[in-house]
Design a protein around this ligand. Structure first.
Ligand code: ACO
Length: 275
């Protein structure tokens, strides 16, 4: 591992070229999210955002599971008599799982294996892409212990699932498999467990090869236009288009136009330009 990778208590960082794995690392607790894990995830994402080598981030869990949701002992019971820690943990939990991930300037992929429960749904949804093992087990288990899918889970779930599926799984607490998650488009696709890393890396390498500025601006554009009227979207996208043209340090558009129109060395319909 490169010397500049930070060391954290509940989160592990691993690199594979421009692809950085950020790994929830409490395998003995099925990666249940403790206050410390939330704070570590904020630090890890901060680090990866600033790290020049990182082009794509993969969020996953150690020990064969993604995440068993909030740590019921440390996050809930453990903060009951410590309002300051509760505020800090809540803020960090929301910050990395939604704010940072959903506005992360580089491509993000959730790689889900094993269990993924409750609060573990939020980062899966906030990532740009999600790939699951066929036999992964998802569950909105909140109802099973008498609470609601709070902390943005219910909101996030209705962003990606159809309403019937969202309400069915939230109210019954039934589990669904990675394969079912793929069929519902909760994840982009599911693959056999033994192929999970390989398939995720194929997507990661594809994203790594793209222009970082085009990836960043495209992500921002897609996320922002969803809440806009057609008129606002047109205006916003025009401005965004111009902003990318001005701010792309690689001047990708100019290079690509030259390669297609003058040199005839590349076809934009069939792949990316030579950077
Ligand atoms: N909070 C705290 N500890 C947890 C959690 C959790 N969410 N999930 C697992 N653990 C701990 C267990 O208490 C156990 O600790 P111990 O070894 O000290 O006894 C250890 O992790 C291993 O868990 P087991 O239950 O023994 O593992 P198993 O593989 O049999 O089952 C499963 C895994 C299904 C994930 C089970 O642990 C479970 O149901 N966990 C809770 C899932 C959940 O509903 N999470 C909350 C969602 S709601 C929310 O996030 C707000």
């Amino acid at each position: 591992m490169a010397d500049d990778v930070i060391t954290l208590e509940n989160v592990k960082i691993e690199r594979d070229g421009g692809v950085t794995f950020i790994i929830l690392n409490r395998p003995e607790k099925r990666n249940a999210m403790s206050p410390q894990l939330h704070m570590d995830m904020c630090d890890a994402l901060d680090w990866a955002e600033m790290d020049d080598q990182t082009r794509v981030v993969i969020i996953t869990g150690a020990g064969g599971n993604f995440c068993a949701g909030q740590d019921l002992k440390l996050y809930f019971r453990g903060t009951e008599d410590d309002p300051k820690l509760r505020v800090k943990a809540r803020r960090a939990a929301h910050e990395w799982r939604w704010n940072r991930l959903s506005s992360f300037p580089k491509a993000t992929i959730a790689m889900v294996h094993g269990y993924c429960f409750g609060g573990g749904f939020t980062p899966v949804i906030a990532c740009d892409f999600a790939i699951a093992a066929d036999n992964a087990v998802f569950g909105l288990s909140e109802v099973n212990w008498g609470v609601i899918p709070g902390g943005l889970v219910a909101w996030a779930v209705t962003n990606v699932l159809g309403y019937r599926d969202a309400i069915y799984y939230s109210v019954t607490g039934d589990q669904f498999t990675g394969k079912e998650a793929g069929a519902m488009k909760f994840v982009n696709k599911s693959v056999p467990l033994e192929k999970l890393r390989e398939e995720t890396m194929i997507l990661a390498r594809k994203l790594e090869a793209k222009s970082p500025a085009a990836v960043k601006y495209t992500k921002e554009a897609l996320r922002s236009v969803r809440g806009l009227s057609k008129e606002q979207a047109l205006d916003y996208l025009d401005a965004k288009h111009d902003a990318l043209k001005l701010n792309d340090p690689e001047k990708g558009r100019e290079k690509a136009l030259k390669q297609f129109l003058d040199e005839k060395t590349f076809k934009p319909g069939l792949g990316e330009f030579k950077r």
